[in-house]
Design a protein around this ligand. Structure first.
Ligand code: DX5
Ligand code: ZN
Length: 223
């Protein structure tokens, strides 16, 4: 079984020393760098867009995992791809034409991700799962870092894993929000493939060692 991936979320980094923080990620065992784009409409917070991502792309040696918490994401897919996104994740709740948007992401050359808010059941993806490269289960309400993990995410991971296995799809399960050393084992056991970790990595006294510790957990579920 392939090793799980760790994607530190830059949202929790110190933006006054962005290049140093990205250097930390480069030096660590992190697989991807997770970038949270917020528009103040889909979520009650505003972060950064493609201009900043382009600058990050110049410094970062890891693939960029871009999480779009924006309305009408289909307007900006090509621009985020051009800025350097490796994975582009849109919200199910923001996409009335999800099938079209997923194919638009794939045609841009990026991996296509779909994020589900905590209240959205995984079953809504049943008829499209084979086309989705990654499903991001939000384990907090999107908009802010440093929130408490919503424990109902665990049974959602199991249900989604079952759905992926029965469709024989290669889809990755990503968990985003409140992830740290305390719940990594349970998340991996339930069937997670990618763990996003913001404050637990950048808030740690040694972020590189924390990524190594998150990466060191073993996966034990049977596919
Ligand atoms: C929340 C973001 C998360 C956030 C996670 O809206 O999507 O990626 O940065 O932060 P932590 O790990 O601190 O919960
Ligand atoms: Zn995120």
């Amino acid at each position: 079984m392939e090793k799980h991936k760790i994607a530190p979320s830059l949202l929790a980094a110190d933006f006054t020393r962005l290049s140093t923080e990205i250097e930390l990620v480069n030096r660590s065992e992190a697989d991807w760098l997770h970038l949270d784009v917020m528009d103040g409409r889909f979520v009650p917070n505003i972060t950064f867009g493609m201009f900043i991502i382009e600058a990050i792309h110049k410094m970062c040696e890891k693939p960029l995992d871009v999480h779009l918490m924006i309305v009408e994401p289909e307007k900006y897919i090509e621009a985020f791809r051009k800025a350097g996104a490796h994975v582009i994740t849109v919200h199910y709740e923001a996409c009335p034409h999800l099938h079209r948007t997923i194919h638009q992401i794939k045609e841009s050359g990026a991996l296509a991700g779909v994020a589900l808010n905590p209240h959205t059941p995984v079953q809504v993806l049943e008829d499209i799962i084979e086309s989705v490269d990654l499903v991001c289960l939000m384990s907090v309400n999107p908009g802010f870092g440093g929130q408490k993990f919503i424990y109902q995410t665990i049974p959602k991971i199991r249900k989604l894993r079952e759905m992926i296995v029965s469709a024989n799809a290669p889809t990755l399960i990503e968990i985003d929000g409140g992830v740290g050393l305390q719940n990594t084992e349970a998340l991996l056991q339930a069937g997670a493939d990618v763990l996003v970790a913001g404050s637990s990595v950048f808030g740690a006294s040694d972020p590189v060692a924390t990524v190594a510790a998150l990466k060191a957990f073993e996966r034990r579920f049977d596919n």
